[in-house]
Design a protein around this ligand. Structure first.
Ligand code: ADE
Ligand code: ZN
Length: 326
């Protein structure tokens, strides 16, 4: 147990965190009360987020996010999320930001939201020592036109703070290739690229992510394990997987952590790192993730330090930031 407590206390690098998905339920309830927004159906009687499956999760996520209507709301959200990250020993957090929720894809509105998020994050860094970098994320089930608007927002604000572009949302809607234009725009702006794939659909989706969109990282990507040739290719090409074990178990991708392929993927030489995805939805934290991996797979501090190093190696931030965090 001492060993387990020790691994939970390691400094951690997280690469896959949705800002709205990290919203503490109490914050969402509080803002809803202030604005007199009815959120019935969003919360369970015990105060947690209520959802029954992945598609329902997405709609509850969007309903909760709907109470956040101004840059000031996003500043409050950012502070609350980074307090939680810092409390869990996170020193670097690459966080998904969505122009679709922050101004609806309008560039000028997006700039205002981004400024509020960034200023709050920089204050939190001074206060608590956790560094945030932004990854703009389009939402697959909102369609390619919205994705293009999100990519334009990303391209126009790309730099040393806004470092990447990605896609989340319902993997069962549309095809990766429908979003190639958006990803091309982001690539031309110098952004790092990632997309959710291989969470709900199989290995072909992961292949499309790397071959059609040209991403260097894949969100989840775990179902690549069903195709040994693909696993070998991921290892050879150094494609990194942002693995979120607690999320996968909470949403039923795998029945339990011991059935999760993270150990197999790592054993075959694939670059894997560990993240929480949407911690309050899935009742997890970065400490919980590390603790549970240590318990289930017998991973010691050396293994978990290696996952962290991989996370930092595959982060989209500049070399100076990487060096400062390491
Ligand atoms: N958005 C937030 N969490 C997500 C997940 N696990 N998969 C796809 N889209 C998401
Ligand atoms: Zn995700």
């Amino acid at each position: 147990e001492d060993q387990i407590a020790h691994v939970a206390d390691l400094p951690k690098v997280e690469l896959h965190l949705h800002l709205e998905g990290a919203a503490p339920p109490a914050l969402i309830r509080g803002i809803a009360a202030e604005k007199h927004v009815d959120l019935s159906g969003v919360f369970r009687p015990d105060g947690g987020y209520a959802f029954s499956d992945f598609v329902h999760f997405l709609s509850v996520y969007e309903a909760a996010t709907g109470v956040l209507k101004t840059p000031a709301d996003y500043a409050r959200l950012t502070r609350a999320v980074l307090e939680e990250s810092a409390a869990n020993g996170v020193v670097y957090s690459e966080t998904f930001l969505s122009p679709d929720f922050c101004g609806g894809g309008d560039l000028s509105a997006w700039r205002d939201y981004l400024a509020a998020i960034r200023e709050t994050a920089e204050a939190a860094e001074r206060d608590m020592g956790v560094t945030l970098r932004g990854v703009v994320t389009c939402i697959r089930h909102f369609g390619p036109d919205k994705a293009r608007a999100a990519a334009r927002c990303a391209a126009e604000t790309a730099g040393d703070w806004l470092v990447g572009f990605g896609m989340g949302g319902d993997e069962n809607r549309g095809e990766q290739k429908d979003f190639a234009y958006a990803f091309d725009m982001a690539r031309e702006a110098g952004l790092g690229l990632t997309t959710h794939a291989g969470e709900w659909r199989g290995p072909a989706e992961v292949r499309a992510a790397i071959d059609v969109l040209g991403v260097s990282r894949v969100g989840h990507g775990v179902r690549a394990v069903e195709d040994p040739a693909l696993v070998e290719e991921l290892a050879e090409r150094g494609i990194a997987l942002e693995v979120c074990p607690g999320s996968n178990v909470a949403l039923g991708v795998y029945r339990k952590l011991s059935a999760h392929p993270i150990e197999t993927l790592r054993g075959k030489g694939v670059k894997v790192s560990v993240s929480t995805d949407d911690p309050p939805f899935f009742h997890t934290t970065m400490k919980d993730e590390y603790r549970n991996l240590a318990r289930t797979f017998g991973w010691d501090a050396d293994v978990l330090r290696e996952l962290n190093r991989t996370a930092l190696d595959t982060a989209f931030c500049d070399a100076a930031t990487r060096t400062r965090i390491a």
